[in-house]
Ligand binder design. Structure first.
Ligand code: CA
Ligand code: CA
Length: 372
């Protein structure tokens, strides 16, 4: 059934341009169309740093990255992991393999002690049906993966200057370790120098830049999870990162929840979908999970589409008790996302997140094609 539906999709996709072309030709002069084609941006080279397994938004965010890569909007160079459990890397490899990109380098943070529990859904990587892995992958344990610092240094060493966007949606452990790393056989520059040379933006889900209701509904400062789990590392990131950081605070994803109906309906193009199974294992529907990590991907890859308002420049500081504070400053390298106040705009952003995370693998990249 799967193959049939993909064929249908291909047929309708190939018909679409023919149907639209006469309309477009009338509406848009040929010169304007040419200009649009010329102005197309190259794919954003992207590194995804995640605490995969601690919440299901990391899985949705990685699925989105694959959809954006299939659309030639980004290129996933590597995934590095800050959850200190050996099943996080196999689950990442499952998703990459599902989307036809099982060779993307994966680096881990061993013995950091940051969330060493198994988590609720990384074990999806181990599920078997009739003795075969349900979700094919060849990295069976994080113990077999290189360190995140090694993967980050190798990836940056090969990248063009000032090209890479790093999307960090877990703790700052790996980036802090990279920024503190010395020159080595991989590259003669220190981690801080290499990062400043190759990276153009860090898009990070961390902190809170609006009052957040506590358990009693009283608004106040919020000790955001990604900050609180590794305070010293995020302080180092803020201190040693010489490139701009775009912050998606807790309030953004909290106010932009993922509709659980999508989990039940939009992933049925295969009998088993690792993202839907991860979501359900983490928190079964009906539950509309906040889209925290997804927002950092969207802001990184589609910065000019008006999904969010962006603050003026300034500087974020992290207090010893994990509170994030922003102070405006024209020379500051930090900005944070602001949710569009108009409901219609928020709905447009939410729909982009849903459509991208549930987009089927690109058949040409050899993604999951197994029939039931
Ligand atoms: Ca692999
Ligand atoms: Ca996360």
């Amino acid at each position: 059934m799967k193959l049939f539906s993909i064929c249908q999709a291909i047929v309708s996709a190939s018909l679409l341009p023919r149907l639209l072309l006469p309309i477009l030709a009338v509406a848009i002069p040929a010169t304007a169309m040419l200009k649009t084609a010329e102005a197309q941006d190259p794919p954003v080279p992207l590194i995804f740093d995640t605490d995969m397994g601690n919440d299901c938004d990391d899985a949705l965010a990685l699925a989105m990255i694959h959809a954006l890569q299939s659309r030639k909007e980004c290129e996933l160079l590597a995934v590095t992991i800050t959850k200190d459990h050996e099943l996080a890397a196999p689950f990442v490899d499952c998703l990459n393999t599902f989307y036809g990109r099982g060779n993307i380098p994966i680096g881990v943070c061993r013995n950091s002690g940051k969330t060493p529990d198994a988590g609720k859904y990384n074990q999806v990587a181990k599920i078997t049906d009739d003795g075969k892995l349900r979700f094919e992958h060849d990295l069976l344990s994080g113990n077999n993966a290189p360190t995140a610092v090694e993967v980050l240094r190798r990836t940056l060493a090969q990248a063009k200057d000032a090209s890479v966007v790093v999307v960090q949606v877990g703790f700052s452990t790996n980036l802090a370790n990279l920024l503190a790393s010395p020159a080595d056989a991989i590259h003669p520059l220190s981690g801080r120098e290499l990062f400043a040379k190759k990276v153009k933006l860090v898009s990070i889900m961390a902190g809170a830049f609006a009052p957040i209701p506590n358990d009693q509904g009283v608004l106040g400062d919020h000790r955001e999870y990604n900050v609180a789990e590794d305070i010293s590392s995020i302080k180092k990131l803020v201190e040693l990162c010489d490139v701009p950081i775009l912050w998606s605070g807790f309030e953004i994803g909290l106010n932009l929840t993922y509709p659980h109906q999508s989990i039940l309906q939009d992933y049925r193009y295969v009998p088993h979908h690792p993202v839907a199974e991860a979501y359900i294992a983490y928190i079964p529907p009906p539950h509309d999970r906040p889209t925290w990590d997804l927002t950092s991907v969207l802001a990184a890859v589609r910065p000019d589409r008006g999904y969010f308002e962006i603050s003026k420049p300034g500087t974020v500081t992290i207090t010893d008790d994990a509170i994030s504070r922003f102070a405006e400053n024209p020379q500051g390298k930090h900005r944070y996302l602001i949710l569009k106040p108009a409901m219609a705009m928020a709905e447009r952003t939410r729909e982009a997140l849903v459509q991208l995370s549930s987009q089927p693998p690109n058949p040409s990249s050899g993604g999951n094609q197994r029939s039931p």
